[in-house]
Design a protein around this ligand. Sequence first.
Ligand code: FE2
Ligand code: FE2
Length: 287
Amino acid sequence: MSDLTVRRLPWEFSNVDFVWNKDDPAFAITMNKVSFFAVGFEKYICQAMNDAEKLIKDSSILQECKDFRSQESIHSMAHRKHCKALIEQHPGLQAALDVSIKLYDDLYAAHDLKYHLAYVGGLESIFTPSFRLMLDNREPLFSGGDARVASLFLWHFCEEIEHRSSGVMVYDHVYGEYWYRVSRFKEFMKHVGVVIEAITDVFREVFPEIAPEHFTNYSSYKMPRIGKMRSAWGIMTAQLPWHNPVNQALPEYFGEWVTRYERGEDMTRTYGVGANAGRMHDVALAA
Ligand SMILES: [Fe+2]
Ligand SMILES: [Fe+2]
């Protein structure tokens, strides 16, 4: 039985700034790269899950696969909205969206389903330690930024943590060859790097006035060492044969986010500058 919740939130990003966090332009630009990347990557996940569904014999895994695909499809559409709002103001950014989608379409055409499920399972298994670090440090990273974009990422990171074991579960059920998946992990990460670099190249071309270091730095905020070490350890252990992402430690914010969503709060502006934390969703719609 899948325990994923499929949530559709009414995202809106009109006139959003490219540098949506003035306190930390490098972090704002890094997250923009993630938005453009997510559109291509999550479309790719949906294609792979759609093809995998035909091969799944177990009804509970089939349901997990379908809910996982629904969550990723909604993420992809939400990030596309964010990207489109930026493209409307800076038409040159369309090339960043096009290259993200093209590189993943090309990857889908070049390999078989086993490869794609291994790619998805491998990457998804490292998201919990990576995004936990971001959620634990949400105050320095997100509180100075536009609430719409900050809330988009907090929502996405929470749902990535929620479906942390879905990708590996589907791969294990359909193919289950541990060494095939783990021996290609470096190759998968290399491909992610190629997509991010292609998006960054477009950003640099469209914004020649922005200082070059803002395109390369992850953030001007230095993550606490202990948090970075815990994240690195989590990423490493995620590749071990006995590792099950479902057992990973979760950030306390995950529970808070879900509780607030379930009581009906407007989670599209829940954190950052201009947030209406605590405002109910129906009140937001009526405003
Ligand atoms: Fe996602
Ligand atoms: Fe995911």
